[in-house]
Structure formats: C-alpha cells, structure tokens
Design a protein around this ligand. Structure first.
Ligand SMILES: Nc1ncnc2c1ncn2[C@@H]1O[C@H](COP(=O)(O)OP(=O)(O)OP(=O)(O)O)[C@@H](O)[C@H]1O
Ligand SMILES: O=P(O)(O)OC[C@H]1O[C@](O)(CO)[C@@H](O)[C@@H]1O
Ligand SMILES: [Mg+2]
Length: 335
C-alpha cells in the first residue's frame, strides 16, 4: 500500500530504543507501537515502552518490551502505553532530566507517537540533549505538516459518520435541524471530511468565517427545492468550548430551531480502521529503518502513497493547509 524507502547504509544501529505515546490518544497508536517493537526486535535492538508519555519519561516509568508485549494489540483502540499531556515537559531543565533517565538505562533513541505538540517536545529534546528522536504523526486531527494522513484520522472520521448517520434518521423523522459538533480546535480536517461523507447541508470550520445568513438561506433554498426542512450541519468544535451552542443561538435568531449534538470523545476511541492499522504498522516499522540509517530529528509520514521524512523543525514551523478545493467541492455538493 505504501512505497517504503530501501536503505543501504545501516551503520547507526541504536543501542536501545524507547517508545512513547503523547497528547490525545488516537486509534492506531497500538499498531504503531507494535510496528516499532517488532521491527526493533527483528534487528536485535532492545526496546523499552514508556508509560504515560512525557510524564512517565521524566520519572523513569518504563520497561523493556518483547514480542509478546505487543501481541493481540493491532486491533485495539487507545494506547497500551497510555498517554498524557505534560505541561512540565515545556521546561528545558525537565527535558534534560528526561534525557538523563534514558541515558541511565542505556537508551540513545526515542520514538514519539503523537500530535503537533508532542512532536514539538521531541524536537526540543534532541536539540538540547544527546538523544536521537523520530516522530510519528498520531492524532485524529490530521493537522500535521509533512504528512497527508495521521494515525487515527480515518477511524475518527468513520466513527463520526456512524453517529451522524443515526442522527440523520432522527432529523428526517422529526424534520429537524441538527448542529453536530466534531473535534478540531484549530483545524477543520475532520469536519470537512465528515461533512462531505455524511452529505451535510453545511460545514462550519475554524479556517473560515461563519456566515449565519448564508446557512439560513441555504436551508431556505433546500426547502424551496423540496428537500424538506431537516438537516445536518457539521461544526468543528473551534478554539473554545460552547461555540456550537453560540451558533445555535444565532440560528434561532434567524428563525431556525436547531438541536445541538456534541460527538466528543467517542471520536478518539474504538477499533482502528484497516487503513489506520496499515498506516500505523508501516510508520512504526519505518521509524526503526530510519533510525538504523542514521536519521534524527525527523517525522515520518506519507505523501502520495510514499513513506517520507520531514525535519521536525519544519513540521513544527509550518502549518498544514486545509485542501481549499476539497472544501469548495463540499460547498457545491450542499446545493
Ligand atoms: N512547545 C512545547 N515544548 C515542549 N513540549 C511540548 C510543547 N508543546 C507540547 N509539548 C508536549 O507535548 C504534549 C502534548 O501536546 P498537545 O497537548 O499539544 O497534544 P498533541 O501532541 O498535539 O496531540 P493532539 O493534538 O492530537 O491531542 C504536551 O502536554 C507537552 O508535554
Ligand atoms: O481530551 P482533551 O484533552 O479535552 O482534548 C481534546 C482535543 O484533543 C483532540 O481530540 C486531539 O487529540 C482534539 O480534536 C480536541 O480538540
Ligand atoms: Mg495537537
């Protein structure tokens, strides 16, 4: 499914690899961990699992893994290593402490599976300390520069769709309008993909200004065309809680009677899709290939079906643009 680079130079075999998951959990983190562990063991490299992301790293909560440690996890949601958000890791002194923990155990390389924040932490860790790092994009948000796809995005979109298809039944039966909030504080990737796939009447995302007038006239036009008065508007959660309720209020002022349904954390859990399992497995195993070939301070992702690497500095600095053409296509399909 993915074109995998073949490396010839393999003179940088790590003494031992540690792996952690960080930030919001995402479906596919487990097959990614499995990929790292099995590929490392295949080369005779010791591999350690760190519990609870950077919080566990700082206090040395880690243990050696073997092939059985990752048996029967390819199909499991969440992360067997657990995850966390760790404010303390933003402090360089704390990162130094983390590096010392690794060195004491004879570990010289770390694989970080997480979102943009987690990859930022990984970049600083290697810049300031003698630890090599590889990042893997593990987030449902798909908001990471340097990869077309992130581990968990596909599953999250499908989970949201399953829920919205059910809400659609009720919307049709009662001729009612639903605002369905999906995840995405700063990015509308989930909302755009879900909106297209569920046939939403409108999609609201943080990247573009919300035009209540436009939503109202779209709904009015639907009624005039004989499409009925039920509808689904997919709304990305946006930067602060409550924005979907604010939008509902504004629509009420325009004579609409919307109901709000917040999908929330169901989007983060569940069995990873086949797509996410394959992506995660390939990226996990590739992390070990890249380490053995001497790479450091990169994220491994996919572009146009190829496994590719991007310097973490770029991943952090640049933001992934929403596909404008795709969003325009969605607008066309509403009409
Ligand atoms: N600027 C930073 N410097 C050092 N570490 C950071 C930085 N930003 C984030 N991190 C570390 O990464 C952790 C996770 O970051 P964040 O909460 O942004 O989630 P994420 O990795 O982007 O995942 P997601 O957005 O999918 O939940 C933080 O709790 C912190 O430990
Ligand atoms: O569970 P928390 O910490 O509230 O995080 C929610 C955020 O995490 C994400 O689910 C990504 O992991 C975002 O889509 C969402 O905005
Ligand atoms: Mg993030």
């Amino acid at each position: 499914m993915y074109e995998i680079p073949g490396f010839t130079d393999e003179h940088h075999i790590p003494s031992a690899i540690a792996v952690l998951t960080s930030g919001g959990d995402s479906p596919g983190m487990n097959p990614a961990i499995r990929g790292v562990v099995r590929a490392a063991l295949h080369r005779g490299i010791k591999v350690f699992g760190i519990n609870k992301g950077y919080s566990g790293l700082i206090i040395g909560d880690l243990e050696e893994m073997n092939s059985a440690s990752v048996t029967n996890i390819v199909q499991r949601g969440g992360t067997i290593l657990k995850s966390d958000r760790c404010e303390a890791f933003k402090d360089p002194a704390v990162r130094h402490q983390a590096a010392e923990v690794l060195k004491e155990k004879g570990i010289d390389t770390l694989v970080v599976i997480g979102g943009d924040g987690s990859l930022t932490g990984a970049h600083y860790l290697t810049l300031e300390n003698d630890i090599r790092v590889i990042g893997l994009p593990g987030t449902i948000d798909n908001d990471i520069y340097g990869t077309d796809d992130t581990i968990g995005f596909d599953t999250a979109v499908n989970t949201a769709l399953e829920a919205i298809d059910k809400i659609r039944d009720t919307a049709l039966s009662h001729e009612s309008l639903f605002l369905v909030e999906v995840m995405g504080r700063n990015s509308g990737f989930i909302a755009t993909h879900v909106g297209i796939a569920c046939g939403a009447e409108m999609i609201v995302i943080p990247e573009y200004e919300v035009k209540v007038d436009a939503i109202s006239s779209q709904l009015a036009s639907n009624r005039e065309q004989g499409k009925g008065s039920s509808g689904i508007i997919v709304v990305a959660e946006g930067p602060k809680p409550g924005l979907t309720y604010d939008l509902a209020k504004q629509l009420k002022n325009h004579g609409q009677q919307p109901k709000v349904c917040i999908l929330g954390h169901i989007q983060r859990g569940g069995i990873p899709s086949g797509h996410d399992r394959i992506l995660a497995s390939c990226l996990g195993a590739s992390a070990v290939d890249y380490l053995c070939a001497g790479y450091n301070d990169i994220m491994i992702g996919v572009r146009r079906g190829k496994i590719v690497d991007t310097p973490l500095a770029q991943v952090i600095e640049k933001s992934k643009e929403l596909d404008e053409a795709l969003f325009q296509r969605a607008l066309l399909l509403h009409k």
